[in-house]
Design a protein around this ligand. Structure first.
Ligand SMILES: Cc1cc2nc3c(=O)[nH]c(=O)nc-3n(C[C@H](O)[C@H](O)[C@H](O)COP(=O)(O)OP(=O)(O)OC[C@H]3O[C@@H](n4cnc5c(N)ncnc54)[C@H](O)[C@@H]3O)c2cc1C
Length: 347
């Protein structure tokens, strides 16, 4: 079976890259493991354009936002389901933070994203002693809907191959690669954190992060905004919320822990007064590089092999923009990849 590209992995990275290639008229075969967990299925799907600690714009956000809106809009039409839920973020402010908020909105050119006037209103079930600030342009991506909808789409097109890819079975020719019955001009690895084991990319300096997220049901609290205060609490249904997330750079496994549960409950209870019950608890590994930038490009010695990885904790914001950029570059070499994400930085 001849195809233009083999994509290994159907997490967020493999989904978005294969979508962009198909859209641009190329053929793809997507290989996905039946066994491995996807970070994309654990992720909360938060879109937050602001770095709260310094109150600055998130990296490249003015370019990322229009692209993510366009891509998720197209995918909603293709898959006939809602994927992107625009929603405001209510940031709980601490003592003196109200002045900081007002100052930084102008200083850091945040007026497209933040309401410059902090809100002094109270809200049932929330402790808002020092008010809150509103992020007006934010939201949630329903990654489960996206991944399962797109998987069905690939199946229907006959492009999905469910098995564990084995590097030893790949045969490299100067102008193509062969794997079993599949033959392609290029193979692009979108393996998430498992890229650390890929023998062709051992020079990439990965620094993956474990994270844990929870679903919970409240007794009375309802909201149409995402609450933030060193955690996020995002509505996913009536009185149903997703909460996260923890960061652990040392113990990299996919097992939920009691420590994370206690950490998150402790943080929540500082601002939240309602009764709640945790209904789901998941852990996963964010594929992250040492400089927290994606890693994208073709291998220097084997240009038939490429990688699209390192989406870290912001896959929903970074993925659409860089999938589009990489697909353009794969089709036309003169279309450049952003210098900070190029694979070449590891040479
Ligand atoms: C707890 C947590 C919370 C998060 N919250 C957010 C959030 O709110 N917002 C946000 O934007 N991002 C969030 N993220 C980050 C987001 O999940 C990642 O950026 C993104 O999902 C990475 O996608 P990926 O496709 O690179 O990796 P993955 O989703 O892990 O996909 C990798 C795929 O490759 C496949 N694969 C690997 N090796 C092989 C092989 N040998 N053969 C076949 N298939 C293979 C796997 O089966 C899998 O399907 C969170 C992550 C975690 C863990």
């Amino acid at each position: 079976m001849k195809t233009d590209f083999i994509i290994v992995g159907q997490g967020l990275a493999g989904t978005l890259l294969s979508y962009e290639l198909l859209k641009k008229g190329k053929t793809v075969a997507v290989i996905d493991s039946p066994d491995y967990q996807k970070a994309s299925e654990v992720a909360a799907g938060l879109i937050n354009p602001v770095v709260f600690r310094r109150l600055t714009k998130s990296w490249l956000i003015d370019d990322l936002f229009p692209q993510l809106e366009q891509t998720f809009d197209e995918l909603e039409a293709l898959l006939d389901c809602q994927i992107y839920f625009p929603m405001k973020i209510r940031k709980v402010l601490g003592l003196g933070e109200s002045e900081f908020w007002k100052k930084k909105v102008w200083e850091n050119e945040l007026s497209d994203y933040l309401n410059p006037v902090p809100d002094g209103e109270s809200y049932p079930e929330l402790k808002l002693a020092h008010g809150s600030g509103w992020v007006e342009k934010a939201g949630r991506v329903d990654l489960e809907a996206l991944l399962s909808g797109y998987r069905n789409y690939l199946k229907e097109k006959g492009c999905l191959h469910v098995f564990n890819f084995d590097y030893d079975r790949m045969i490299l020719h100067p102008d193509r690669i062969v794997y079993g019955e599949l033959e392609a001009e290029k193979i692009i690895f979108c393996e998430g954190h498992r890229a650390s084991q890929n023998p062709y990319f051992q020079n990439i300096h990965f620094k993956h992060t474990k994270g844990e997220v929870f679903n919970l049901e409240t007794q009375t609290y309802q909201a149409d905004f995402i609450l933030n205060k060193a955690f996020f609490l995002m509505p996913v249904g009536v009185k149903e919320f997703r909460m996260g997330a923890t960061y652990d750079w040392n113990i990299l496994n996919e097992s939920p822990t009691e420590e994370a549960r206690n950490e998150m409950s402790g943080k929540l209870e500082q601002v939240f007064e309602d009764e709640y019950q945790i209904t789901r608890h998941k852990a996963g590994i964010r594929p992250t590089t040492h400089d927290r930038r994606p890693v994208i490009g073709l291998h220097a010695d084997y240009p038939q092999i490429g990688i699209f990885n390192g989406l870290g904790s912001k896959g929903c914001m970074l993925g659409p923009y860089f999938a589009c950029q990489f697909a353009d570059n794969l089709i036309d070499k003169s279309s450049l990849i952003h210098s900070e994400v190029r694979l070449a930085r590891y040479l």
